[in-house]
Design a protein around this ligand. Sequence first.
Ligand SMILES: C[S@@+](CC[C@H](N)C(=O)[O-])C[C@H]1O[C@@H](n2cnc3c(N)ncnc32)[C@H](O)[C@@H]1O
Length: 224
Amino acid sequence: MIPRTPEPELMDEAEQARAYAEADFDEPNAAFIERVEAVLEAHPVPAEARVVDLGCGPADIAVRLAERHPGWRVDAIDGAAAMLAHAKRAADAAGVGDRLRLVRGRLPEAPSEVPVGGYDLVLSNSLLHHLPEPDVLWRTIDRIARPGAPIVVMDLFRPEDEGTLDRLVETYAADAPPVLRRDFRASLHAAFTVEEVRAQLGACAASLEVRACSDRHLLVRGTR
Ligand SMILES: C[S@@+](CC[C@H](N)C(=O)[O-])C[C@H]1O[C@@H](n2cnc3c(N)ncnc32)[C@H](O)[C@@H]1O
């Protein structure tokens, strides 16, 4: 197993944020949303749910969910101003800016807008591997989810060896701009394994389970 190499936490470079915002993440983002909807079948939330997306980046997922659920009020939180600028454009273009609040905050510091125990649904995609200390995500979820709230977290998992990592970069980022290829490679090195995440969840008050859900993604789901 290759060792974990953390990558820079925030994606605050203008070129990096632009390349990420312009990249085609339709397949993993649509898959994430399908998984959220599956969790909601088992654990429904109110039509006017308060929802949070941690590490929202350019907010493609938050925007799609706000479009699908017209009653939801979605908070999309990220520490990178460069990403939130793209998120604002996406929210405005989709006409959901009135129900999608963009919040600049670097976890674990909770911006004052973030309610303790106030969210009916907590989501996060591809944030975990950016965190030097993964407990930051799990402690944040424990703090801000209301008791019983469904939780869905998806992230990359670290490949077994460099050969597998090279193949994933070639398969999924062959035609990507150099900055995106660099970041994808760094993210795979920074990601946790399913076993590492399972160990992290032991300290979490929420009841969560983790499994691999694609050749490069893991899924954590459960309730607070
Ligand atoms: C790989 S992007 C994922 C963006 C989005 N969730 C998606 O699925 O496309 C990770 C995001 O997490 C943000 N981030 C990293 N560490 C953070 C922290 N401690 N608090 C808030 N945001 C953070 C980065 O700035 C970046 O925008």
